[in-house]
Design a protein around this ligand. Structure first.
Ligand code: 13P
Length: 255
């Protein structure tokens, strides 16, 4: 079996930090290289160019990614951005299916499949987000919900081939996002183990192990270490604590 993929620390800035703030953040960020870890930031569309330029200028070991991409390459889709547009400015990382896209912008498991398929076909690396609502957890539906969110992608031949290569996952329980209520290590570990079992069944041991499953939801420098120590948690997808260079660096230092 090949070695485990390096731990990924991914920040999701959501709708924060325009081009100027992105530049300032990266100017302040000191990020020493690590052999066993990778860092990435998903920034607002308008800040992608300045974030990329600042990353290069300061030689930061950091990937810059987009928070969304349309499944069509061009056309009458007012307000959307396409894969070719992202590629043109040098972006090859994209976040797909974040719960805020599902909750506030009507994304469904079906549209998430279309986006994932199209982004992979265009050469992007995709971090696909899944996670249950509080009501679903309370109704003991966490596992069926996670399965439902993943199954189309797992059964799609084109997507299937990319797990563990350019397709990875983030488990973000919606009740833990931006609430300060982090999942307990047991809750996170159990959800990750379930997702991993779905991957094993569909893809076999090797691809399942090569697929990173990040945890997201109220990750801070206080709880990150404990989460990372759980078997099956391959990194973090971090909102609030990725917005300041100091806290992003503090998370990096915990890996
Ligand atoms: P918080 O870290 O602010 O809870 O956000 C998590 C998240 O949604 C990352 O994608």
């Amino acid at each position: 079996m090949s070695a485990k993929p390096p731990i990924l620390l991914a920040g999701n800035w959501k709708m924060n930090h325009g081009p100027k703030a992105a530049r300032e953040f990266l100017q302040k960020l000191e990020l020493p290289e690590k052999e066993n870890a990778q860092a990435r930031l998903y920034v607002p569309t308008l800040s992608l160019t300045s974030a990329l330029a600042a990353t290069l200028e300061h030689s930061l070991p950091l990937q810059v990614g987009a928070q969304n991409v349309h499944h069509e390459k061009s056309g009458a889709f007012t307000g959307e951005i396409s894969g070719p547009m992202l590629s043109e400015i040098g972006i090859n990382q994209v976040l797909i299916g974040h719960s805020e896209r599902r909750q506030f912008f009507g994304e469904t498991n079906e549209s998430v499949l279309l986006k994932t398929k199209s982004a992979l076909e265009q050469g992007f690396e995709v971090l696909l987000c899944i996670g249950e609502l509080l009501s679903e957890r309370e109704a003991s539906k966490t596992e069926p919900v996670l399965r439902e969110q993943l199954i189309r992608v797992l059964e799609n031949q084109e997507c299937k081939a990319h797990f563990g290569g350019r397709l990875h996952l983030a488990y973000e329980p919606v009740w833990a996002i931006g609430t300060g209520v982090v999942a307990t290590p047991e809750q996170a570990q159990s959800a990750h183990a379930y997702v991993r079992s779905l991957l094993i069944t569909a893809l076999g041991q090797q691809k399942a192990q090569d697929t990173r499953i990040l945890y997201g939801g109220s990750v801070t420098p206080t709880n990150f270490k404990e989460l990372l120590s759980c078997p099956g948690i391959d990194g973090g997808l971090v909102g609030g604590a990725s917005l300041k260079p100091e806290s992003f660096r503090a998370l990096w230092d915990l890996i």
